[in-house]
Write a protein that binds this ligand. Sequence first.
Ligand SMILES: [Zn+2]
Length: 96
Amino acid sequence: MTQRYSKILLWKLRNSISIEMLIADILKQPSKISEGYFRFLCPICSEFNTAINPKTNLARCFGCGKNFNPIDIVMSTKMFSFTQSVDYLLEISNVK
Ligand SMILES: [Zn+2]
């Protein structure tokens, strides 16, 4: 099923869409700046015990231990399938 999209396209979606912008501005997932760090409401355990790593463009929840790349966070917050999430990211970004 993942063969529907090229590896390069998936890499671009995971790396060129800012995870912070995606969570705060596109998905409108509750988020805040706490002690200088961006924190978001974990869609799995509903805690703010989270952080993002701009270097790897991953969001992490320390509560449930889940790491989210942009595709994962769309799947979890919108209850989308992998394919729906990729299509959604293609729509909201200029990734081709
Ligand atoms: Zn969590």
